[in-house]
Design a binder for this molecule. Structure first.
Ligand code: AN7
Length: 407
């Protein structure tokens, strides 16, 4: 019903093989035989979840699941008005079990690990992947090993990896160094690699596209905007929309629009310079530690997704990211981590530049929850006002505060 196929040389591999990239070095895709898949919109009634779409997922055993997916698609009218847009939605992936979109990939990836009879799972991570792998490893009863860039992982994510019992290794190096190491470790020790170079993980993440179309009444938006780090999610979501179009469920694939931080933007540079490959960045840096990645492993897929869909890529500064995070939180009540806010910052910038039309129907994906990175919040928000426990002190502080804010 499906096999793995190299996106470069099209060599095929059986679904029973443990393989992450082609012998030619190319990335692999999961390719389905659609003549075998009998599915109609009617089969997709019922509440949203990753496993609602299991006819389009590459596993047969009982899933290792914590009820992932089914995240809200919020209309954000106040924010849209502020940006001069008519119809903007936020798909809040921070509402997944561990607080990020990674759970969609991990429920499928860890289930696949069991199907392939793997005994240990492993990843490198800027934080969210490690939190999710620790949780799904625990759920599956399989040990997890995670390699993190030392000092650059938000506290909430580290807390999750630790509490859920992963073996947590803090690498003196950045994410790209950690990924190289874990790939070598998996090859040597036979651990199952669950970074997004693993095509099965991306199959879980493509359900973001399925849910968005489902939530919009089987329509695709004109444009999808999301943060890009290792470039797996943009590739996965594009694949999801393509599959829906091939199945005749939707008429158009949205313009895939990737946002990177100014200090970590190899995909944006390749798009702007019309290059066929990225040039890795040796020292990526941004406040959005989740996307502090200089050598995105899925770049080839992401560049194709952006170009084939007529999308684009843009950078945003750390200040723009922080401003967008504040806006989304205070104008709409949606709390996201810095990387996720880059999709909102990117929307504003691309509207200002006249690249996004104000009539477009846009969905921004916010990939992770605010609480993942509360240390950052304390750095960028005013401190709480400490006062005596008297009503006079409270009133004085409240009215002083209101006056200061001009209310
Ligand atoms: C909140 O956890 O790479 O472009 O190791 O945590 O698919 O890599 C996280 C990535 C966006 C970028 N938003 O997604 C990791 C990791 C958040 C993220 C991204 C990440 P990709």
């Amino acid at each position: 019903m499906y096999h793995l196929e190299c996106i470069e040389c099209h060599r095929k591999y059986s679904e029973t093989e443990v393989i992450y990239t082609c012998t030619c070095g190319g990335l692999l895709d999961v390719v389905y035989d659609y003549s075998d898949i009998q599915i109609t919109k009617k089969d997709l009634k019922g509440s949203l979840s990753v496993w609602k779409y299991r006819a389009l997922l590459p596993v047969s055993r009982k899933p290792i699941s914590l009820k992932e997916g089914g995240t809200p698609l919020y209309p954000v009218e106040r924010l849209a008005k502020d940006i001069d847009m008519k119809e903007v939605y936020v798909k809040h992936e921070g509402m997944n079990p561990t607080g990020s979109f990674k759970d969609r990939g991990m429920t499928v990836g860890v289930t696949k690990a069991l199907e392939l009879n793997m005994k240990t799972v492993a990843c490198a991570s800027t934080g969210n992947t490690s939190a999710s792998l620790a949780v799904y490893g625990a759920r599956a009863g399989v040990p997890a090993v995670v390699l993190l860039p030392s000092g650059k992982v938000a506290l909430g994510k580290l807390a999750q990896a630790l509490m859920h019992g992963a073996k947590v290794l803090s690498i003196r190096g950045n994410f790209d160094d950690a990924l190289k190491l874990v790939r070598a470790l998996c090859d040597r020790e036979g651990f199952y690699l669950l970074n997004s170079v693993n095509p099965y993980r991306l199959e879980g993440q493509k359900t973001i596209a399925f849910e968005i179309a489902d939530q919009l009444g089987w329509q695709a938006p004109d444009r999808l905007i999301l943060p890009v780090g290792n470039a797996g999610n943009i590739s996965a979501i594009y694949k999801g929309f393509r599959e829906l179009k091939d199945l005749g469920f939707i008429n158009n694939v949205p313009k895939m629009t990737g946002i990177q931080a100014e200090g970590a933007c190899p995909v944006v540079a390749a798009i702007k310079n019309n290059e066929s490959m990225i040039t890795p960045e040796a020292r990526p840096e941004t406040v959005a530690t989740a996307i502090r990645i200089g050598n995105p492993v899925n770049a080839a897929k992401a560049l194709a997704a952006i170009r084939e869909s007529g999308g684009t890529a843009e950078t945003v500064s750390d200040d723009e990211i922080i401003r967008a995070q504040h806006e989304l939180a205070s104008l709409e009540g949606i709390g996201v981590e810095p990387a996720s806010a880059s999709s909102i910052a990117g929307l504003r910038k691309l509207v200002d530049l006249g690249i996004i039309d104000t009539d477009e129907k846009v969905v921004c994906v916010t990939t992770g929850h605010l609480l993942k990175d509360s240390e950052h919040v304390l750095n960028v928000c005013p401190k709480p006002i400490e006062i005596d426990a008297t009503i006079e002190a409270v009133r004085k502080a409240v009215f002083y505060r209101l006056k200061a804010e001009g209310i």
